[in-house]
Design a binder for this molecule. Structure first.
Ligand code: ADE
Length: 222
């Protein structure tokens, strides 16, 4: 898979994509991630990428031209263009699975007070990571990239993401424990030490339901 990210702050991605599993996925050639500063594409003599809104109002609006030119220089018939915006479709695990089957993703990070509405015509998909407003689309692009790359074949053991929260009929993940058996008086449930795999599986399912009821009852309604 190839992921191209368009941003005015490409340096923000360096640390996040050069650690841990996402770094290894790139070293192992499971994914190629590139960031692009769309300021490099502006035709404005002063390198401007934003301007005041028609009709008045406060703040600056990202101009269409640099983003159009940047997307058009990267796009092929295999590309899916995603615009990160708080008014997009709410992001879910199912969308991460669907996007992990694409060959090429282009993510556009909006910034400042907004972007020229015509930029929306470039996008195949507009995505929001939640009902709150961030200063830009960079963190949402990191969230999408991380959640998609971990699903690519060979990036993590498949069993690990089969157990993920939100996979199994909208149940949260079951609780897990490691050594020591007793920590500050809190004991690991006996069943997990029993070696009875059938019972352990049943216990985990029950705990999953219990945890979902407690923390995310809205998921059970689905
Ligand atoms: N840009 C600013 N806030 C955002 C959000 N919640 N999701 C996606 N992009 C954004």
């Amino acid at each position: 898979m190839k992921i191209d990210i368009l941003s005015l702050f490409p340096d923000m991605f360096d640390k996040v994509f050069n650690e841990s599993i996402i770094k290894r996925a790139q070293v192992d050639k499971k994914v190629e991630i590139k960031t692009h500063n769309f300021r490099d594409y502006t035709l404005d003599p002063h390198n401007k990428v934003d301007d005041t809104p028609y009709g008045g109002g406060c703040g600056m609006v990202l101009m269409a031209q640099p983003i159009f030119d940047c997307v058009e220089s990267l796009k092929t018939k295999y590309s899916k263009v995603i615009l990160l915006t708080p008014s997009g479709k709410p992001y879910k695990q199912k969308m991460a699975y669907d996007l992990s089957h694409e060959k090429h993703l282009i993510m556009i990070c909006g910034h400042y007070e907004g972007f020229d509405e015509r930029i929306r015509t470039l996008a195949d998909l507009e995505i929001s990571i939640g009902d709150y407003v961030l200063t830009g689309g960079e963190i949402p692009a990191m969230v999408l990239t991380d959640s998609i790359v971990r699903l690519l074949p060979g990036v993590i053991k498949e069993r690990s993401h089969l157990d993920d929260s939100f996979n199994d009929h909208y149940l949260l993940d079951y609780p897990t424990y490691t050594k020591p058996r007793v920590f500050r008086g809190m004991e690991v449930p006996d069943i997990l030490l029993s070696g009875d795999h059938k019972k352990i599986e049943e216990y985990r399912k029950e705990e999953s339901i219990k945890k979902t009821k407690e923390l995310r009852p809205d998921l059970l309604e689905k």
